[in-house]
Design a protein around this ligand. Structure first.
Ligand SMILES: [Zn+2]
Length: 375
């Protein structure tokens, strides 16, 4: 009897200890060898792909989806992140999101579906691979939502289905390998690539969304416009205008006047949540409307095509690079106005600053979504 008990105890101990190990979500530092945002450090896509797989293996909140091959034959991944309970019912939530988007139901049915469903929010990164904040904020944010347990994170996980999507795997592989090839960090530069960071279109991969010629565009288009049809999508870019940190919604005039006015006022609302969160966290330097050149006019980009599907399409353009830089002195940017109520003063600027801002902006968007998910 004693022997049996002892064996049972040993087995129980083994089960407990292996499940504890299995639930340990690895930090970026433990995987990449550096923290996301460390100076002079970039992750390749090969490393990122392996990390995404680890997140899916270790976190019950993460489902890894291969959305198709890239032009260079890599797997392009989307991480679906939500509470474990929500992940059990993804098919139903997807169906609800589609029904709401297709709008072939009565307002009463729509309200009932919003009660049953979850907000669906797309956050991408890395479309323009030279804009290295994009892919790296995606890694950091995915880690935080896979592992954090604070009340805000838990509320978001309960009420939102997040689609973290890598927008250009081939580009990250090229740019990060190019930057990291120099042993001496001071020699690492983000310029002079030997070839395009999207095989056929390079930077113009963001001019392909009205015709879907490229495999990456097709992969993302299928998730955005056929499969999930999220209510909000957030497309990360660089860089903000000199003398600011980040440009974001709402955007300058003229807006594209074929869009429903609700779309424009929704950009105001989500933009206010993003902008205010940075101000509350003492992160100055956000500029909106006439503070930057970005608008809703152009019809062919990853963000701008979503307006034709009544999605709240968000773009931010943030400064920053793994090589430390400066916020320069631009006298005309120093006086607050309603475009830039909280100007940033000249200072040294680190990659980590840009990652922190981006994660805050993602949280602002996701918190807005969880608060307004239902009628
Ligand atoms: Zn860009």
């Amino acid at each position: 009897m004693i022997k049996i008990h002892f064996r049972k105890l040993c087995m129980a101990f083994l089960i407990v200890s292996t499940s504890a190990i299995a639930q340990e979500v690895p930090s970026p530092k433990s995987h990449f060898g550096f923290s996301i945002g460390d100076d002079y450090q970039l992750a390749t896509y090969t490393q990122t792909e392996a990390y995404f797989k680890k997140l899916a293996e270790t976190s019950k909140r993460v489902k890894l989806v291969d959305i198709g091959k890239t032009e260079e034959g890599r797997s392009q991944y989307m991480l679906i992140v939500s509470s474990p309970e929500n992940l059990q019912k993804l098919a139903r939530y997807k169906e609800i999101s589609q029904q709401l988007a297709h709008a072939e139901i009565t307002p009463e049915q729509a309200k009932a579906l919003s009660q049953e469903g979850k907000a669906v929010v797309w956050i991408d990164g890395g479309l323009h691979a030279n804009e290295t904040v994009g892919a790296h904020q995606l890694i950091q944010t995915a880690y935080e939502f896979a592992s954090k347990t604070d009340p805000e994170t838990m509320k978001i996980l309960d009420n939102v289905i997040i689609l973290f999507t890598h927008a250009n795997p081939d580009g990250q592989e090229l740019v990060s390998n190019w930057y990291m090839r120099e042993k001496d960090p001071k020699k690492r530069v983000l310029s002079g690539w030997p070839r395009l960071y999207e095989k056929y279109a390079g930077h113009d991969n963001n001019r392909d969304f009205f015709m879907l010629n490229l495999k990456e565009t097709q992969n993302m288009g299928r998730q955005l416009f056929v499969e999930w049809i999220p209510q909000i999508m957030y497309n990360h870019h660089q860089a903000g205008p000199a003398g600011t940190v980040v440009a974001g919604p709402p955007y300058r005039d003229p807006f594209n006047y074929v869009f429903d006015a609700t779309l424009l006022t929704s950009l105001d609302a989500v933009g206010a949540a993003m902008h205010t969160r940075l101000n509350v966290e003492a992160k100055p330097g956000y500029t909106q409307r006439g503070g930057s050149v970005f608008s809703t006019w152009y019809n062919g980009g990853l963000r701008t095509t979503t307006y034709f599907h009544n999605m709240i399409g968000l773009l931010t353009e943030i400064v920053g690079s793994p090589t430390p830089s400066e916020i320069p002195l631009v006298p005309s940017r120093l006086l607050p106005n309603s475009d830039s109520p909280n100007p940033v003063t000249p200072r040294k600027w680190y990659f980590k600053n840009s990652i922190d801002y981006s994660v805050s902006l993602n949280y602002a968007v996701l918190n807005y979504a969880q608060r307004h998910a239902r009628f």
